[in-house]
Design a protein around this ligand. Sequence first.
Ligand code: G3H
Ligand code: ZN
Length: 278
Amino acid sequence: MPLADLTAVAGPLRTDRTGLGAFNVVHLEHGGAFVAAAERAGRPVVLQVSQNAVKFHGALAPLGTAVLALARAASVDVVVHLDHADDVTLVREAIDLGFTSVMYDGSKLPADENLATTAEVVRLAHDRGVSVEAELGEIGGKNGVHDPSTRTDPAEAAQFVAETGVDLLAVAVGSSHAMTSRGAVLDTDLIAEIAAAVDVPLVLHGSSGVSDEGMRAAIEAGMTKINVSTHLNKIFTGEVREALAENPDLVDSRKWFRPGLEAISAEVERLLRWYAGG
Ligand code: G3H
Ligand code: ZN
């Protein structure tokens, strides 16, 4: 069961209108907390390592290899995914390491270049049995400036999927990355239109800004993979801040990491159940 293919996991969930939680592993301990949450919820999960996290760590292999080990030891399906890579060399490295899915993010490129490079990544990934997620319509907030205004056109999405062969498509429907409050309003009519126009699961980025009810509506409208990072970072850091304030003499990092990890594990379990309609 453990290390799973993204297309195989997401396909049936798309049909059932069920959400698949995808959570960013910034530090290895996050990965353990997310897998434990998925096991308690009895749900599949995506562990994602972003290109930004790779920059922070200085390399992909140490964190990536450890996350793969977590997946292989899990009792539920765990996809190990490279998130927001615009560097094809990094995509190749992730595939060589054993990642089962990669996101090639060419959303900043002119449309024809995004299409051509995405199609090339699809060819090289599919040769190795790896799934590919791409992004059409740049989802705001990657530069730290909240911007939910971009929209993906359903007809362009259908053409992009047909011409590139991508397995999942990230779309711009009102979310924006790195929001620390949950007031984003998603265009659920547009989600439904895109879901009807393309035959692959859709991905919501910047899901931290979306309320529980908003997410339920998005999933019912046809959103499948739900990417969450900032919301969990906020909970983790809040718990750590509190633990350190309450115990100014603490020096053992395990003692202040633990409350943060327990809190994000509980929240991921809750989100996974919620995305599945529970
Ligand atoms: O790719 C990762 C996600 O889009 C996370 O976005 O930090 O706004 O939840 P977020
Ligand atoms: Zn994202």
